[in-house]
Design a protein around this ligand. Structure first.
Ligand code: TRP
Length: 450
């Protein structure tokens, strides 16, 4: 509905709608699956603390930067860099962002498909249809992977085709509160189980001897991935934001929501793992390291749900995988929106067609990955572990040395009148020009050459 007639770009209807959509993009498998296991394998609260420092020192300033670029240019990442500077290099950064979006989405949909298929696995297990349950939980089966990836992508495309306010905003406004509610209920339930305290102890007692360069790398990567930074998702979402809104405040809410939900997910998952262990489920692998990744979510937790048993086990199991599917869907939406908005803006294609074509293109790559799931780790490494911080670095350099921090501050002034005289602008500018790029360069260099 809320389409701006002069540019025919969509706009967010309400500030809350925007914050929920951006928080929906941020909150995903990264929070509920990756964050708790990273924490568990990296010294518990020690990782949590380093992660929080990365979020505050790098994540939040870069998020404000992306939103300013987006709202000022009112363009997709490629068009945005072109609109704000004559430099010929930076539109390539936008293209890199679009490519990262496509590639991350191509494997994210498959994992999202697993979370969705496990809603059915729980039901089949409960009803004694063991054959169907084990068919769906076999990740080596390319056909099953492909079918659920297709389902998930279909849902994502349908929402994106609805547009910014009638599609993305409406869907996330409904899904995010539901997600928070399910997460809260499940967390409270788990925390009251006898034996939950062991997991809480591991989660909340920092073991600082574990702080190594690897841990810092993991924490920075997690911050970029979890906040959806570095590939222009927030440039795109910012391009639909009204000049009335306060970017700094909005970015703070989104960051708070993301960190809050990750923390809450830790309160749910960590005790759950130890509850499972108390029930005899294996949680460490042969070399004594923590079973992370797919094993944790798709093997350990279902075993626990089965041991709880009965209708209660079913309800918990189904809710958990439904929760994960919701979180994943609000994230795949943002991943698809970036290349879609690029095709709409730069190639003059209608939204409905663009969403369909881009979605089908991504799905083609997903089909290949479905039959070769070993590719996931490699694609993740290139396009998220390296790709996102690299994008973030280039965004900082663009603002700091080409578009200029002053132009960004002028943009932030819309919706935040006092900002020009505040200490915040000086501090933010120093972060974007020096602190963020230097930290990212050091960490990237360690990742690549270390
Ligand atoms: N932030 C999401 C998560 O935590 C993943 C995601 C969605 C993402 N959009 C993104 C990551 C854009 C990087 C860039 O699961």
């Amino acid at each position: 509905m809320a389409t701006n007639p002069s540019t025919s770009r969509g706009t967010w209807n309400t500030k809350l709608g925007f914050i929920l959509a951006a928080a929906g993009s941020a909150v995903g498998l990264g929070n509920i699956w990756r964050f708790p296991t990273e924490t568990a394998s990296n010294g518990g609260a020690a990782f949590l603390i380093v992660y929080l420092v990365c979020v505050l020192l790098i994540g939040l300033p870069v998020m404000i930067a992306e939103l300013s670029i987006g709202r000022s240019s009112k363009k997709n990442p490629v068009g945005a860099f072109r609109a704000l500077s004559n430099n010929k290099f930076f539109p390539l950064v936008g293209i890199w962002g679009v490519l990262c979006g496509v590639m991350i989405l191509s494997f994210y949909t498959i994992i999202a498909g697993w979370t969705f298929s496990h809603v059915f696995v729980e039901i089949f297990t409960y009803t004694g249809m063991d054959g169907a349950a084990s068919l769906l939980s076999d990740f080596g089966n390319g056909y099953v992977n492909a079918i659920f990836a297709l389902l998930f992508m279909g849902l994502t495309i349908t929402i994106i085709r609805g547009g910014v306010s009638d599609g993305i905003e409406k869907a996330t406004k409904f899904m995010m509160p539901l997600l928070i509610l399910i997460l809260l209920i499940m967390t409270v339930f788990v925390l009251f189980q006898p034996g939950a305290s062991e997991g809480l102890r591991v989660y909340l007692m920092p073991d600082f001897s574990m702080v190594t360069t690897d841990l810092v790398l993991a924490a920075l990567g997690q911050a970029f991935f979890s906040l959806s930074l570095g590939m222009g998702a927030l440039i795109t979402y910012g391009s639909y934001l009204s000049k009335k809104e306060n970017i700094v405040e909005a970015a703070s809410y989104v960051t708070l929501a993301d960190v809050g939900i990750a923390f809450l997910a830790g309160l749910l998952i960590m005790p759950t793992i130890f509850l499972a262990q108390a029930q005899g489920v294996q949680i460490y692998d042969a070399d004594g390291s923590f079973l992370a990744g797919p094993a944790l979510i798709f093997q350990i937790l279902p075993q626990l749900f089965a041991q709880i048993g009965g209708i209660l086990g079913l309800i918990i199991g189904v809710s958990f995988f439904f929760l994960l599917s919701l979180a994943a869907l609000t994230s795949t939406i943002s991943l698809l929106e970036v290349p879609t908005s690029y095709v709409i803006d730069e190639h003059g294609v209608s939204r409905k067609k663009a969403a369909l074509y881009v979605g089908l293109f991504v799905l083609t790559i997903s089909m290949v990955i479905s039959f070769n799931t070993g590719l996931i780790d490699n694609i993740d490494y290139i396009f998220s572990v390296i790709g996102l911080p690299l994008g973030g670095l280039l965004i900082c350099i663009f603002i700091g040395y080409f578009w200029k921090t002053q132009s960004a501050v002028d943009e932030m002034k819309n919706g935040f009148k006092d900002i020009r005289d505040s200490w915040f602008t000086a501090l933010w500018s120093i972060f974007i020009k020096f602190i963020c790029p230097i930290i990212i360069i050091i960490i990237l260099a360690q990742t690549i050459f270390g």
